[in-house]
Write a protein that binds this ligand. Structure first.
Ligand SMILES: [Zn+2]
Length: 877
């Protein structure tokens, strides 16, 4: 291997793949697969070594075909640490020549990544099927390949499986028939013991040039629903299908129709036809969320399935969001792909933004764009307010650590930055630029700079210069606004959850699109200095960051300025939400008083806009999470909750009217939920009565889907073993992923120590998806939070082994992040010191920083919040 300079992380560029002929034979009975791959490669340099990726595969002998000659390697070694296989040859191949590398391999179908195993219960028996999840670096677990996004090639896939199964891949099949090993001389290894009557082979058309991480295939007893869409650009008709196991297929009509609607919309927005002959979505149990594999999206059933009869609006919103996100990737990500994982944020940020833009277009009554202020924007700003954060464009030399960067910064800050650009340029100009970018880079790879160039050309604004620090630097600014004669002074400093950054961490100056909202008027100023004067009539209402599309916070120095901003924001959902979220964050960072934020929030509480109320509820929840071990403040916050939401329950009642607005229905759901969680007796009694009627006769007294989660929760929280068992039974038997999460959260909400112990005792025996939900639920319940920390510590090794490849870094944050004492901090530091956290050091740092921030918050603001409530209570006896 001396002849090759071995970069530790990237494959050498001596050889590039151009085409894969991939054959996979899946045996669902013994959960193994055999494979053979012929990879056409081109030698870029003279080399006697061929280096590619493979991991957890048992490799058979390989050889190279070149100019009609078969050459076997002198050595073939598989290195586990680098996940590579090296083929060494006696003689060097010369640059410019082409060859075919042939390899055979065998692997186990297991885990949740690579070629993974899904389970379902059929006639009382556990059966299995498969799917693929290759992003970022798991294709190499299914077949040897050049597993890097820039090494694009075409793929011709053939799948062999037992008769009676359905085989799926990115492209449509052009042949399916009995598999006769004798007629397949190239694959003698597949012949052993296979009877042509029992096996089939499905051959798929060749894909366009694409990256390995979006390749997909699956084998199983799939049922499907089918439709089609007509290209908005060419009139061509393409088939759309949603696949699932037969027990779930009844919930597939909604995502099918959604996909049929969204694809032509995206064609128009991108001014580019959908490039493949068909679009399938496969719902596979246990998949890690959803993956945009080209022409065959694979995801957890919860991401796509929706039953209009029993599904809640929240589930429907999620399905629209996720489906649109994955469909947007079919262009942005699949046709044009990031060159390397450091630009993953662009891919994910864009698809996340598109998820919300499509939702807004399809369901304007959901106010999705304004809702983003409480979702992606709020989440991104919170995540990025830590010293341990990272730039969206994060250096990621080691592809095996990409997952660590697939976090809220990548998705939520990424989406928010693109929203900021889009609102600055205007959506139409923005999409013109996106379309230009897609055309110029189709079937190739790109970096963010390429998008900026296209956007600059369509807008005339230097977008690259504007975005430079937003994407390459950690953090974002807080703008401090002071009143001066003739206008205002605006100063920018880096914002941290712990306050304004110290000078050494406060060197970045961002170019801030400063949109100024006045009554019925807006204007935009690009602010790039440390401090600037802006002429303005400070007797009239004004607010910076109009529509809250900017990725920054604004601190108004005086009560007068706060009042003017509040006045300017009135009636604009996004501005009201943005102001409130800023006020709470500034208070937590000690830049303003928490009491001032509470007063502002109280001032908006009379609204009936769902999104504003949802923001208020989330802020109260955040305070409950902060003071969860202070019973007096918990009681005050619950009183505030009841004060805001019980009157809404009284006004709106429990009945959902078919003709009412989505907003009214959403407010009712929220109000009932908040009142119940804040333990309002009459609301709890009503929900318990509904639960009793439901358990007595489910058909006669079905639960309203929107209320199911809170009804289950109240039933378990205030019930005994009977209610607990009833809900546990739902958790174990439900076919609905949403129902599964509702049941898990109800189980996790138990406050009775016997029930809690029961849950901990059963936890690890459950399937992965149940474990996932239960861990989150037990961490969310203040009563089980400390036991959960202990359970996590006690079972750390088991959990890590089980979830290592699927988001273990998140599990490692969940139980600890709300701890708020110095002792907790020290314990947590000491605990992680004893563990190998090398794959998620950043995640551990974030947890520790969160605990420290919590400690300071309580030290600083406990008196302030207590005093505010004394005064508030006097006003609301
Ligand atoms: Zn995505």
């Amino acid at each position: 291997m001396d002849s090759v300079s071995l970069d530790t992380y990237r494959l050498p560029t001596d050889t590039v793949p151009t085409h894969y002929d991939l054959k996979i034979c899946t045996d669902l009975k013994d959960l193994t697969f055999d494979g053979a791959v012929s990879i056409t490669i081109r030698f870029v340099n003279d080399t006697s070594t061929i280096l590619l990726n493979a991991f957890e595969l048992e490799l058979g002998p390989s050889f190279v075909l070149i100019d009609g000659e078969t050459i076997t390697p002198t050595d073939q070694s598989l290195k586990t640490d680098t996940q590579r296989v090296a083929l060494s040859f006696a003689k060097a191949f010369s640059a410019g020549s082409e060859a075919v590398v042939r390899m055979t391999f065998r692997g186990k179908i297991s885990g949740l990544s690579g070629y993974f195993k899904s389970e379902w219960v059929h006639d009382g028996v556990m059966e299995y099927y498969t799917g693929t999840f290759f992003e970022p670096t798991y294709a190499r677990r299914a077949f040897p390949c050049w597993d890097e996004p820039a090494l694009k090639a075409t793929f011709a896939v053939s799948l062999i499986s037992r008769a009676g199964t359905v085989n799926l891949s990115n492209m449509p099949s052009y042949f399916e028939g009995p598999y006769n090993p004798e007629q397949d001389p190239l694959e003698p290894s597949f012949g052993t013991g296979k009877d042509a009557a029992e096996w089939i082979i499905t051959r798929f058309e060749t894909t366009p040039k694409m990256s390995t991480y979006i390749l997909a295939f699956a084998t199983g007893p799939f049922a499907h629903v089918e439709g089609s869409f007509t290209s908005a650009l060419t009139g061509k008709v393409r088939q759309v299908r949603v696949y699932a196991t037969p027990d779930l297929i009844g919930q597939a009509q909604f995502p099918l129709e959604l996909t049929m609607k969204v694809l032509p919309m995206l064609e128009t927005m991108f001014d580019m036809e959908y490039p493949l002959p068909k679009m399938d979505i496969l719902c596979a149990n246990g998949a890690l969320g959803a993956l945009e594999s080209w022409g065959l999206i694979v995801g957890d059933p919860g991401a796509f399935l929706f039953d209009p009869a029993t599904g809640s609006t929240a589930t429907k919103k999620r399905v629209v969001d996720v489906t649109s996100h994955e469909l947007a990737h079919q262009w942005f990500g699949n046709i044009v792909t990031m060159d390397w994982w450091d630009n993953l944020w662009l891919n994910e940020g864009f698809a996340t933004l598109l998820g919300s833009i499509i939702s807004e277009k399809l369901y304007p009554e959901w106010h999705t764009a304004a809702a983003a202020v409480n979702l992606s924007l709020k989440y991104g700003l919170n995540m990025d307010a830590r010293l341990s954060s990272h730039p969206v464009q994060v250096a990621c030399p080691d592809a095996n650590r990409v997952e660590e960067t697939m976090d809220g910064i990548t998705y939520m800050k990424g989406a928010s930055l693109l929203r900021m650009v889009s609102s600055l340029l205007g959506e139409e100009v923005f999409f013109k630029g996106v379309a230009l970018y897609l055309k110029e880079h189709q079937y190739k790879n790109s970096v963010a700079e390429d998008l900026w160039i296209a956007l600059s050309r369509t807008s005339g604004t230097d977008v690259g210069k504007l975005m430079k620090n937003w994407i390459s630097k950690t953090g974002y600014p807080v703008l401090t606004v002071t009143e001066v004669p003739g206008g205002i002074n605006v100063r920018q400093n880096r914002f941290l959850a712990s306050g304004i950054a110290k000078a050494k961490d406060d060197e970045t100056l961002w170019i801030v699109p400063l949109r100024l909202q006045k009554i019925n008027a807006q204007r935009t100023i690009l602010f790039s200095g440390r401090e600037e004067f802006i002429p303005l009539d400070t007797e009239q209402p004004f607010k910076l960051n109009a529509s809250s599309t900017g990725f920054y916070r604004v601190l108004y120095q005086t009560e007068k300025l706060n009042k003017l901003a509040l006045e300017a924001a009135k009636g604009i959902i996004s501005d009201m939400s943005g102001l409130m979220n800023d006020a709470m964050a500034l208070a937590k960072a000690d830049l303003a008083k928490l009491s001032a934020a509470l007063t502002l929030m109280d001032g908006f509480a009379a609204t009936e806009w769902y999104i504003v109320l949802e923001g208020i509820a989330a802020n109260i929840s955040a305070l409950l999470d902060a003071w969860w071990e202070n019973p007096n403040i918990v009681e005050c916050l619950q009183r505030l909750d009841r004060h805001i939401f019980v009157p809404l329950v009284s006004k709106l009642g429990y009945h959902y009217d078919a003709g009412e607005s989505t907003d009214t229905a959403a407010v009712r759901t929220l109000a009932i939920k908040r009142a119940a969680y804040a333990r309002d007796r009459s609301v709890m009694a009503e929900l318990q009565a509904q639960f009793s009627a439901f358990t007595a006769n489910q058909e006669a007294s079905p639960l309203r889907p929107d209320l199911t989660p809170v009804i289950y929760t109240v039933a378990v929280r205030h019930g005994g073993m009977k209610e607990y068992d009833f809900i546990w039974d739902i958790l174990k038997t439900t076919k609905s992923p949403a129902e599964e999460s509702h049941a898990a959260f109800a189980i996790g909400a138990a406050e009775d120590s016997v029930l809690m112990a029961e849950t901990f005792g059963r936890l690890l025996k459950q399937n992965d998806s149940n474990v996932d939900w239960l861990l989150a639920a037990l961490s969310a319940n203040p009563k089980s939070r400390r036991p959960m920390v202990q359970f996590f510590k006690d079972n750390y090794d088991i959990l890590q082994a089980r979830f290592e490849t699927c988001g273990f870094e998140n599990y490692s944050q969940q139980p600890f992040r709300l701890l708020a004492t110095v002792e907790d901090y020290e314990d947590t530091v000491a605990f992680f010191k004893t563990k190998d956290t090398s794959k998620f050091t950043r995640s551990v740092d974030q947890t520790l920083e969160a605990i420290q921030t919590n400690i300071k918050y309580l030290e600083r603001s406990t008196t302030d919040i207590s005093e505010w409530f004394v005064e508030w209570s006097a006003r609301h006896p």
